[in-house]
Write a protein that binds this ligand. Structure first.
Ligand code: F6P
Ligand code: MG
Length: 433
């Protein structure tokens, strides 16, 4: 069992971290290998005959990686000349100096190990010529989007109708609703839920209205207070740190649209991943792909596409993909390791962090007592007011009332692992002072 206030790690064999490194991550690797062998004809056609050999090299790299993981070998340095190679290699080297031995899959911090795995998958492709840009999760992300078009269209029509109404909107009511849509959209990542759940129901609006009792921490009133504040000088900026592509991304963009419509911000900066990450995380390509899919739709989705394209072309919406998000670092290290990003956040009215992994990085992936204060768990990462919209898929959660964790655990022993429950945890400057 993991001791309190220690980082989660696969060295505790009754933990979810152990289950993940032992069972879930090898499956992820196997799926990538299977995908490549099944699609080698298509890949050779689209990337050139010489790609056949490279597919073999990638498969060999991934099989070796799987073996390294399963036999608890040291985490190896990176070789491909990627812009973040040095950051990662320095991290590996400094960690092993501090430990007096190299990092090991089943002995060290789960957060680093899991990030390292995805960075190594990237390395396998980065070492090739023709497959350098290949995203082994792209097909899954796109299929998940297509499979949730019905839910997307219900949510999109609702937003479009609201925005077409004459007269002022009930800001409080609709902000709450769209924050919750974006929150529950996080149930649809491809590593735990397989993209099913809310994205597949007929009426996501009706469904989310029934899930309020599963939100274990609900700081929405605080978030609304932050959003209502008048800020000068303009332009006002809000940041959304994306998690997953597909239905979740669509709900995030609907929330962004509502924030613009209510004039709560002038600019929204989106942040995605530079490399394929935790299967379903948003990259620039996924964002552009979604926009392109919307342009092919009719009715409200087509109208939303027009409006969103305008936001983008006018520079009111900007998509970023900084390397920091695919580094091993938790967010308390941002100020030291990516000062430019940290400083840019100081101007933000609100930072909206989506999803489970972002939450883990916010609180340092430590085994905090569940009653620990969220602000304490941020350990100084407070560049601006921030909120985490997260469905719970890993065994760290803070900010609960005494006795609450025990009560939920009685109702569902897997309460921390399946995304059934959620938190909306907010830090505001007031709290800090
Ligand atoms: O594997 C660890 C984990 O944090 C899970 O708990 C979850 O499966 C996954 O990563 C990603 O979740 P999210 O997309 O919400 O960050
Ligand atoms: Mg994700």
């Amino acid at each position: 069992i993991t001791p309190w206030n220690e980082p989660l790690s696969a060295k505790y064999i009754r933990s979810f971290a152990y289950h993940t490194v032992r069972n879930r991550l090898p499956v992820t690797l196997t799926q990538v290998i299977d995908h490549l062998s099944r699609n080698k004809e298509d890949i050779a056609q689209s990337h050139g005959e010489a790609a056949r050999e490279e597919i073999k090299d990638v498969i060999a790299h991934l099989s070796k990686l799987k073996n390294e993981m399963q036999t608890n070998k040291p985490l190896e340095p990176f070789h491909a000349n990627e812009a973040d190679k040095q950051v990662w290699n320095d991290f590996l080297e400094n960690s092993s100096i501090a430990l007096g031995r190299p990092l090991l899959w089943f002995a060290d911090v789960w957060l680093y190990i899991e990030c390292y795995l995805y960075r190594r998958i990237r390395e396998a492709f980065a070492l090739t010529k023709l497959l350098n840009d290949y995203d082994p999760f792209r097909v899954q992300k796109e299929d998940a989007f297509t499979g949730s078009l019905n839910a997307i269209s219900v949510v999109g029509s609702h937003l479009f109708n609201l925005c077409s109404l004459e007269g002022p909107l009930d800001a409080q009511k609709y902000l709450m609703q769209f924050m919750k849509l974006s929150l529950w959209g996080n149930r649809c990542d491809l590593s735990i839920s397989g993209g099913k759940d809310i994205a597949q129901v007929n009426d996501p609006l009706e469904m989310i209205s029934q899930l309020d009792n599963l939100i274990l921490v609900n700081d929405l009133p605080k978030v609304l207070d932050v959003l209502r504040q008048e800020i000068s000088p303009r332009p006002v900026v809000i940041d959304i740190i994306f998690d997953n592509a597909g239905y979740e991304l669509f709900t995030d963009l609907c929330l962004a649209h509502l924030l613009m419509k209510l004039k709560l911000t002038d600019i929204i900066r989106f942040h995605g991943k530079k490399v394929p990450w935790f299967i379903s995380d948003v990259m620039k390509h996924d964002f552009n792909w979604l926009m392109n899919e919307l342009s092919k739709q009719t009715g409200p989705l087509q109208e939303l596409h027009k409006e969103w394209s305008n936001f983008l072309s006018r520079g009111q919406w900007v998509m970023h993909d900084e390397f920091f998000w695919t580094s091993p670092y938790s967010y308390d290290c941002m100020e030291k390791t990516d000062q430019a990003l940290y400083n840019s956040f100081k101007d933000s009215k609100l930072l909206i962090f989506k999803g489970d992994l972002n939450y883990r990085k916010l609180v340092g992936d430590m085994n905090w007592p569940h009653t620990e204060d969220f602000t304490t768990a941020l350990r100084g990462f407070t560049p601006a007011p921030l909120v985490s919209l997260r469905t719970i898929k890993a065994d760290v959660v803070v900010g609960l009332c005494p006795g609450q964790a025990e009560e939920v655990a009685k109702a569902d022993e897997d309460w921390l692992l399946t995304g059934k429950y959620a938190v909306i945890s907010c830090f505001t400057a007031n709290k800090r002072n």
